[in-house]
Design a protein around this ligand. Structure first.
Ligand SMILES: Nc1ncnc2c1ncn2[C@@H]1O[C@H](COP(=O)(O)OP(=O)(O)OP(=O)(O)O)[C@@H](O)[C@H]1O
Ligand SMILES: [Mg+2]
Length: 275
């Protein structure tokens, strides 16, 4: 499938994050560009996999501006001006974030939280209501509409958090383990939502982490493996990118899961076990 690469949407250079004097991630470098395919709107879907504790959530906190990098920089295209030709350093609020714990407003019901997420949209009250109701029904949350977070199941909380970010984030969205705790039906809903978001605008960039390697390979067009590197035969104890699979270049992106994908699953597992 032919495609071309345009503006740089995300540029990460020499990124490291330390908590106190403990280095958690280091030497992270990667670039993601706007992918253009003729006849279709194609956003970027980027997966991060890696064993527990290797620094995926830490990387995401940096990518969303929630923690300041210790070294390096994270630039995103300033998609609001100049057709995305300007770059800016990422700041808190630029990138939507669904964290691993699905934090929600404690004092707002599902409906109120979603209404709040739409506060800056130029829509009438009725339009907002209709939009919320249609998402609630699509995501199986109708019955939870007037419930507070402490009255929701983990999966319901998570779906609410995902819809919240769909409603209020711009072109970038980071989801930390969006599929954990979802049942098969919910996973299908989340997958459809990913496809929908990424087909709305070619700048739309979804980054997610997952422990489900098959789901990474099935959905993403770019996959990064985060792990401990081996340097001079020694295992280092900070996370970095140990492997990258560009599914577009491998001619596996935007396709049904097949043998080629299975081979990548195998390679990812090998890379993870070694790091
Ligand atoms: N606020 C913090 N202060 C100190 N250390 C931290 C802090 N947050 C995370 N860490 C440490 O950073 C390392 C990476 O954690 P992180 O949560 O980024 O890993 P992860 O890859 O997301 O793991 P998982 O797959 O289990 O979610 C861990 O050793 C963790 O203990
Ligand atoms: Mg994590």
């Amino acid at each position: 499938m032919s495609y071309s690469k345009h503006n740089t949407l995300l540029y990460v250079e020499n990124l490291s994050v330390a908590y106190g004097d403990k280095v958690i991630i280091k030497d992270i470098n990667f670039v993601e560009k706007d992918v253009v395919r003729e006849g279709s709107v194609t956003g970027q879907v980027i997966a991060f996999v890696g064993r527990s504790g290797r620094g995926k959530s830490t990387l995401f906190r940096a990518l969303t501006g929630l923690v300041k990098p210790t070294t390096g920089k994270i630039l995103i295209a300033d998609t609001l001006t100049d057709g995305g030709n300007d770059a800016k350093e990422v700041e808190e609020g630029d990138v939507g974030f669904v964290d691993q714990k699905y934090t929600l407003f404690r004092n707002k019901t599902v409906y109120e939280a979603l209404l709040f997420a739409l506060r800056n949209q130029k829509m009438t009250k009725e339009e907002k209501h209709d939009k919320i109701m249609s998402y609630l029904s699509e995501w199986g949350l109708e019955k939870a509409k007037d419930q507070y977070p402490n009255e929701l199941s983990g999966g319901q909380r998570q779906r609410t958090a995902i819809i919240e970010q769909i409603f209020c984030s711009g072109h970038y969205m980071v989801l930390d383990e969006p599929f954990s705790g979802l049942d098969v039906g919910n996973i299908e809903d989340a997958k459809n939502a990913f496809n929908l978001i990424s087909s709305l605008h070619s700048f739309n960039t979804i980054m997610y982490s997952t422990h489900d390697i098959e789901l990474a390979v099935e959905l993403a067009d770019s996959i990064y493996v985060i792990g401990y590197p081996t340097i001079d035969g020694e295992h280092a104890h900070y996370g970095t990118i140990v492997k990258h699979f560009d599914m577009k270049a491998l001619n596996l992106a935007w396709k049904e899961f097949g043998l080629g994908h299975l081979e990548i699953v195998k390679q990812i597992k090998t890379a993870m076990l070694a790091s």
